[in-house]
Design a binder for this molecule. Structure first.
Ligand SMILES: Cc1cn([C@H]2C[C@H](O)[C@@H](COP(=O)(O)OP(=O)(O)O[C@H]3O[C@@H](C)[C@H](O)[C@@H](O)[C@H]3O)O2)c(=O)[nH]c1=O
Length: 356
């Protein structure tokens, strides 16, 4: 196929591009190269044979050029991050939602009917506490305040049992809790509207906690695995928030790219969301320990600090992706951590240049 890939220079985009080429697709690779989005400032040299376009998906004329003649679009370009700073709300809305709306309008004008969209597990928010007795419960503000007060395994609001894992399937209701999450949820709604109105297909890929080679470094927006390896590289202990027992679904970037490419190749009808995760809950404390051991660094420090807006536990039920698209994660967690540790030793941090 001839595929337009947006966000091609980003962490996930580079892996998707590599796999698309390995599958024999012709790729038009687009990226804005916005310095505020690519905070680690890495240069981008697209592989030979790839048509590269630098521009912004909010630019209508640019989008028209970008979508012309392609069979399908993989839309990864986005402003990512925690999204808790209210001042950032307009930029999330503009970069992610206006950008997606322009892209979809451009696809409709050009008659391009296949979309694969990067979404995120953040659309689910904290709506997934699971009590062993009462199943899924929505603790809402009570859970937030319990967490803020340092009660990291709060009880079910109906009985006294502790809430557990936080397994989400694609039917779990949306509950976006910050500007980034809201912009991701809105992207999905725009894509669904476009698909229905234009007769297109849209696969929404809800990525869980992605890690692996090429993770952004040394920015507060990098994922926790990158922040821990950077700390260990400096000889510092990883600082683990809460009690370290909060669980996430860490999924390797090559597996995420494989799921994305598969969806682009195989999802041809209607609107479908897919969780992209390993399905295995791991505590942040265990992950910190695995990296500390791999890098022979200092033991993790549990800070008890709660980061505003963080969910306690979340794990992907990715059975739909396995069943419908035949995907299965291939990278073992221990191997992925060893790889990350080895890379972080081999690739020294970019030299910092003092301002002024
Ligand atoms: C950064 C950091 C996080 N953590 C904890 C907080 C969370 O419980 C857990 C995971 O945190 P994060 O990696 O920040 O991911 P997160 O689970 O908060 O998720 C978000 O992460 C953003 C990077 C992405 O842009 C978002 O899309 C979203 O995935 O690790 C630490 O313990 N120490 C740290 O230094």
């Amino acid at each position: 196929m001839h595929i337009l890939l947006t966000g091609a220079a980003g962490f996930i985009g580079r892996h998707v591009l590599e796999q698309l080429l390995a599958h024999g697709h012709e790729v038009r690779a687009l990226d804005s190269m916005r310095p505020d989005v690519h905070r680690s400032g890495t240069a981008w040299t697209p592989p030979r044979g790839v048509e590269a376009l630098v521009g912004d998906v909010r630019d209508r004329a640019f989008v028209s050029r970008a979508v012309s003649g392609v069979d399908a679009v993989i839309h990864l370009a986005a402003k990512v991050g925690l999204g808790v700073d209210l001042d950032d709300m307009p930029d999330y809305a503009s970069s992610n939602d206006v950008g997606t709306a322009e892209l979809l309008a451009g696809m409709a004008r050009a008659g391009v009917s296949r979309l694969t969209l990067a979404s995120s597990m953040v659309v689910y928010g904290e709506g997934f506490g699971r009590c062993p007795a009462h199943g899924s419960v929505r603790p809402g503000p009570r859970l937030e305040s319990a967490l803020a007060a340092g009660d990291f395994e709060p009880p079910c609001p109906i009985c006294a049992l502790a809430l557990a894992v936080g397994l989400v399937d694609e039917e779990t209701p949306f509950d976006p809790r910050n500007a980034y999450a809201t912009s991701k949820a809105a992207q999905e709604f725009y894509a669904a509207n476009w698909a229905r109105a234009a007769g297109g297909s849209a696969a929404m890929m809800r990525y869980h906690n992605v890690y692996g080679p090429g993770m952004p470094r040394d920015t507060p927006y990098a994922g926790v695995a990158s922040i821990f390896t950077s700390a260990l590289r400096r000889g510092e202990a990883p600082r683990v928030f809460e009690d370290g027992r909060q669980r996430r679904d860490f999924v390797h970037v090559r597996d995420v790219a494989a799921a994305t490419v598969r969806a682009c190749e195989r999802h041809v009808e209607g609107v479908r969301a897919y969780n992209v995760g390993s399905g295995i809950p791991r505590t942040v404390g265990d992950m910190a320990l695995a990296l500390a051991l791999a890098l022979h660094g200092p033991a993790p420090v549990v800070t008890g600090q709660y980061r505003l807006g963080d969910v306690r536990h979340i794990t992907a039920d990715s059975s739909r992706l396995r069943r419908e698209l035949g995907w299965a994660p291939a990278v073992d967690f221990a191997d992925g951590m060893t790889e990350l540790a080895a890379l972080s030793v081999e690739q020294p941090a970019r030299p910092r240049v003092a301002a002024g």
